[in-house]
Design a protein around this ligand. Structure first.
Ligand code: FES
Length: 113
């Protein structure tokens, strides 16, 4: 039995470039995004404020915050545009039998310095 794997949603629920917000008890909210046939999962809460990134827009592999247009890399969570300067977490994604999972292991935590 695999542990630490969290089921998020069905792959079929994800439309290209349309993030969805997933809330799982005990974890920060997550944004799940299909972009160019890959699926990405990042923290949904912007590191600059409390905006929900799943309400933002997706372009060029980045998700843009709906509040102040900070941008983050979907792949790494890196902050790419001011005023976002602190990265968010990006999670390794597994798709199995049409279901999207992440493993929120601590090795993928990103720290602000
Ligand atoms: S809350 Fe996201 S850039 Fe300000």
């Amino acid at each position: 039995m695999e542990t630490d794997r969290l089921e998020l949603c069905k792959e079929a629920e994800l439309e290209e470039g349309c993030p969805i917000r997933i809330e799982i008890e005990g974890h920060p909210p997550l944004a799940v995004v299909r972009f160019e046939d890959s699926i990405y999962v990042v923290d949904d809460t912007c590191s600059h404020g409390e905006a929900s990134l799943s309400e933002g827009t997706v372009e060029d592999g980045q998700i843009e915050c709906p509040w102040h247009a900070g941008r983050f890399c979907l792949k790494t969570g890196a902050a790419l545009a001011f005023p976002a300067v602190v990265p968010i977490r990006a999670y390794p994604v597994t798709v199995r039998d049409g279901t999207v999972y992440i493993n929120p292991g601590p090795e993928h935590e990103q720290q602000s310095s």
